[in-house]
Design a protein around this ligand. Structure first.
Ligand code: NAD
Length: 480
């Protein structure tokens, strides 16, 4: 069985402690490779390699770094098929999703920041008759990037690309649940001519390798995407060390549908925003609020369409949903279906596992699930489930739906469906979210600020926001 290796100092090496953990294929439920169970000793090696590489990398011109990052982007593109298959196998997502979303986006992330850095500039603040202030923006040094399993290479590269473009050396850890494409990325970085030690990729569990990255005194910033509880722990650990922190955390996003929406477009997008990637996208709209005038029509058509949605093995071209990422996660999501019933909800469709024939009979498949009849403030409607489970709730007025939408601890994204322009702007302004889509979902422009409010995170990724995060401003005043 294949054993992955850490990528440290430009080489693929075994973990210092020699320990490995099993990596499961969600489509079959079987172990298919082993990954290093790294710890503080590996982080130490990676920091040493990064320290050596830092003067070289940060001393390069933006143009030189840009060229290497463009080659990295092209290197992923050249191995597209291999990356797509690896992502789908590791995560359980349909091949078509990895081919259309995950891997092309990883290519774009590197290309975007490779080119952004050559346009990046800093400010000057002249004081009439006195002098001028100008701001230098320097890389931070060595930074840590920690990412989750739901969009593995997509989110891993979303952090690494701006960190590298800005001149930092990186110690990165993908989720131990989906390590494979990060492992392949090390090969591509090496082949792209990235100097040894600039990008170091460590595999292993959050509590060991991740924790050691967060605690290492020479790692100056942590860019983290993952669960709110983990983010809270990281903030508590890193804050007293005065590390810069970017935290992209959980969500419980409202999808608000008014009577006057374009029904057809709303319906097809709502099917995606509810269940894409088995509902395991932090931006999925898991709380659907529908205005009373179209509630029954919505419910009938939505449930019929969800019922007809194909759940199949990730290689099946007809699969709209593949496998859930892991057995514990499948069980967690199923436990929320039980909770919803205890809280008085009615399961209109789904809520059960899908049994597929061998070799997929041990896979983690779940029917997309629609629940109604719950109060907006019950646990099912307040806690992040992160699976193919949505609730539908009727409402009458804007005020009522705003109150329900804003009632959770989260504030990542929101979707609003209406053809009333004034209402759309009014709602967008009042809703607690870092990202609002009107008559759309998951349309992304990489220049825009990305992140959440409340327990959904601190800071923003994307565009200049990311380059500013990964640089330290220094003001210089010169007297006239
Ligand atoms: P998670 O918090 O369990 O793990 C995320 C990463 O953190 C993994 O690499 C893990 O190994 C590591 N980690 C765990 N404990 C750690 C510790 N003590 N110290 C350092 N690192 C540690 O999250 P997950 O289950 O992998 O991902 C699902 C969550 O991610 C959901 O809550 C989802 O909403 C969130 N998410 C947020 C966004 C966003 O942009 N806001 C995007 C995708 C996913």
């Amino acid at each position: 069985m294949e054993s992955l290796k850490n990528f440290v100092g430009g080489e693929f090496i075994a973990p210092v402690n020699g320990n490995y953990i099993d990596n499961y294929e969600p489509a079959t439920g079987k172990v298919y490779c082993q990954i290093p169970n790294s710890d503080a000793a590996d982080v130490e090696l990676a920091v040493k390699a990064a320290e050596q590489a830092y003067p070289i990398w940060s001393g390069m011109s933006n143009e030189e770094r840009s060229k290497i990052l463009v080659r990295l982007s092209e290197g992923i593109e050249a191995r597209m098929d291999e990356f797509v298959k690896a992502e789908s196998r590791d995560n359980g997502k349909p091949l078509s999703l990895a081919a259309h979303v995950d891997i092309p986006r990883a290519v774009s992330n590197f290309h975007f920041f490779a080119t952004a850095i050559i346009h990046f500039a800093s400010e000057a603040h002249p004081m009439t008759g006195v002098g001028v202030n100008y701001t230098l923006r320097k890389p931070l040094g060595i930074v840590g990037c920690i990412s989750p399993w739901n969009l593995p290479l997509y989110l891993f590269s979303w952090k690494i690309a701006p960190a590298l473009a800005a001149g930092n050396c990186v110690i990165a850890k993908p989720s131990e649940v989906t390590p494979y494409t990060a492992f392949l990325l090390g090969e591509v970085a090496r082949d792209a001519g990235m100097p040894a030690g600039v990008l170091n990729i460590l595999h292993g569990e959050g509590g060991a390798a991740g924790d050691a990255i967060v605690k290492h005194p020479k790692i100056k910033a942590i860019s983290f995407t993952g669960g709110t509880k983990t983010g809270e722990y990281i903030a508590r650990t890193a804050a007293p060390m005065f590390k810069k922190l970017s935290l992209e955390l959980g969500g419980k996003n409202p999808n608000i549908i008014f009577d006057d929406c374009d029904f057809k477009e709303m319906m097809s997008t709502t099917l995606r925003s509810s269940f894409a990637n088995q509902g395991q996208i932090c931006l999925c709209g898991s709380r659907i609020f529908v205005q009373k005038g179209i509630y029954e029509k919505f419910k009938e058509e939505f449930v019929r369409k969800v019922d007809a949605t194909v759940v199949s093995n990730p290689e099946d071209p007809n699969a709209k949903l593949g496998a859930m990422v892991s057995k514990p996660h499948l069980e967690k999501v199923l436990s929320y279906v039980e909770l919803a019933k205890e809280e008085g909800g009615t399961v209109l469709t789904g809520g059960t596992r899908v049994e597929l024939p061998a070799p997929y009979d041990g896979g983690y498949y779940l029917r997309p699930t629609v629940i109604e009849g719950l109060s907006f403030d019950c646990r099912t409607n307040q806690e992040e489930i992160f699976g193919p489970v949505v609730t539908i709730t009727p409402f009458e007025t804007e005020e009522e739906v705003l109150m329900m939408a804003n009632s959770t601890q989260y504030g990542l994204s929101a979707t609003i469906w209406t053809s009333d322009l004034q209402r759309a702007h009014r709602m967008a302004e009042k809703i607690d979210a870092g990202i609002v889509w009107i008559n759309a979902w998951l349309v992304r422009d990489l220049r825009t600020p990305f992140g959440g409010v409340k327990s959904s995170g601190v800071g923003r990724e994307g565009g200049w926001e990311a380059l500013r995060f990964f640089t330290e401003p220094k003001n210089v005043f010169v007297k006239y």
